[in-house]
Design a protein around this ligand. Structure first.
Ligand code: SF4
Length: 367
């Protein structure tokens, strides 16, 4: 039975000792999922933006290990700059690079897709033009630096290898360019999710039903794939960055986060709450919190109340309804989700929805 917490009646010292007993006896399941998505980047970079900005960025990036630099002028220069770049030093420093200017109309038809090691840049139209083939005679660009005020790829969470920066932001410039030149080589990441099609309610008898995971994914990594009769959802493992909003949003448990797996999380939560009570703890509050938020709290000297037990996650979306309800069913007086300022907007919006907050109490971490 879950009870309303009367803070005045809690013995904080006793609860903190019970929580420490839990920590020592049962550890949170480790991520054992092998890395099995690999990006191969040879360093063929595409720079998007005004001529002025892309040339200035290119001047800094030259000689830093990138295989090629291609400048695509997709926007006019800033109002306070001549439409024609007349800085002879800048032109001389970048004259050997491949450049291409787009008209405003062409820029509107520029379509970017892909991920680190495999970015396609297409000019849509009756006869689509593949810019990687046309400009550098390759299948794709490996990485993209987008210096436009409005990025050419309109996605909340851009794919790995797509770096957005404002040239005018001088403080950000050096770190961002350092990170950009580091995107050459092989990079592994886990395949965060698995989908159980038998549980998915996306399509029945040819009619589209649930689309919740499609609606909340900030990386646009989930697609509805049309079959002969039914459609099914697919998660692109190269675009997925493990935010986990889909697994939180899924009403049927069809999407399972594997870092760690749902079943192992549930077993651990039950064992924790049982051990906490055995050790004399009162009114346990189960709090889902990211490692980064935990580190920030520790750095700020914040110590949670003794009855707050933290489940540390790589991403908040790694735990969904299954885990929240398991905690409540196992005797947690409350489930809390510690939101943080850097969450994708669509994930924040999801946690703010009434259907979500009825199953948990969401707390914001600062402004
Ligand atoms: S949220 Fe779950 S049930 Fe709905 S479409 Fe996605 S996987 Fe299927």
């Amino acid at each position: 039975m879950n009870q309303r917490i009367q803070l005045a009646s809690l013995d904080d010292q006793r609860n903190a000792e019970a929580r420490e007993t839990v920590r020592q006896r049962i550890s949170w399941p480790a991520n054992l999922t092998p890395a099995n998505v690999t990006y191969h980047s040879r360093g063929h970079a595409l720079l998007l933006g005004s001529e002025r900005d892309t040339r200035q960025a290119a001047r800094i990036l030259q000689g830093r290990g990138l295989a090629s630099l291609t400048l695509l002028f997709t926007a006019p220069n800033a109002a306070d700059v001549d439409q024609e770049v007349t800085d002879s030093d800048l032109l001389a420093a970048t004259e050997i690079l491949m450049t291409q200017a787009l008209t405003r109309g062409q820029a509107e038809k520029l379509h970017i897709s892909g991920h680190l090691g495999m970015f396609k840049a297409m000019l849509d139209g009756d006869e689509p033009l593949d810019l990687a083939r046309a400009l550098i005679q390759r299948e794709a660009f490996d990485l993209i630096l987008d210096l436009n005020t409005t990025p050419c790829l309109p996605v909340e969470l851009p794919p790995p290898g797509y770096v957005v920066m404002q040239w005018q932001n001088v403080e950000q410039r050096s770190d961002t360019l350092d990170d950009f030149v580091g995107l050459v080589g092989e990079f592994d990441k886990p395949r965060y999710f698995q989908v159980n099609s038998d549980l998915c309610a996306h399509s029945t008898s040819g009619n589209i039903g649930c689309t919740r995971c499609l609606d909340v994914c900030p990386a646009d990594a989930i697609s509805s794939i049309k079959g002969r009769i039914e459609s099914h959802i697919e998660i692109d493992p190269f675009l997925c960055q493990g935010v986990g909003s889909c697994t939180s949003a899924c009403p049927t448990g069809a999407i399972e986060f594997r870092l760690p797996e749902t079943r192992r999380q549930q077993d651990t939560l039950s064992a924790w709450l049982s051990a906490y009570r055995e050790a004399g703890g009162q009114a346990p509050v189960l709090r889902f919190i990211t490692h980064d938020s935990q580190d920030a709290e520790r750095a700020a000297g914040v110590v949670p109340a003794g009855h707050v037990i933290d489940a540390p996650l790589e991403e908040l979306g790694a735990a969904g309804h299954d885990q929240w309800l398991t905690a409540l069913a196992s005797g947690a007086a409350e489930v809390r989700i510690q939101l943080h300022p850097n969450m994708p907007a669509r994930l924040s919006a999801f946690f703010d929805r009434p259907g979500c907050s009825s199953a948990c109490i969401a707390e914001r971490l600062g402004p």
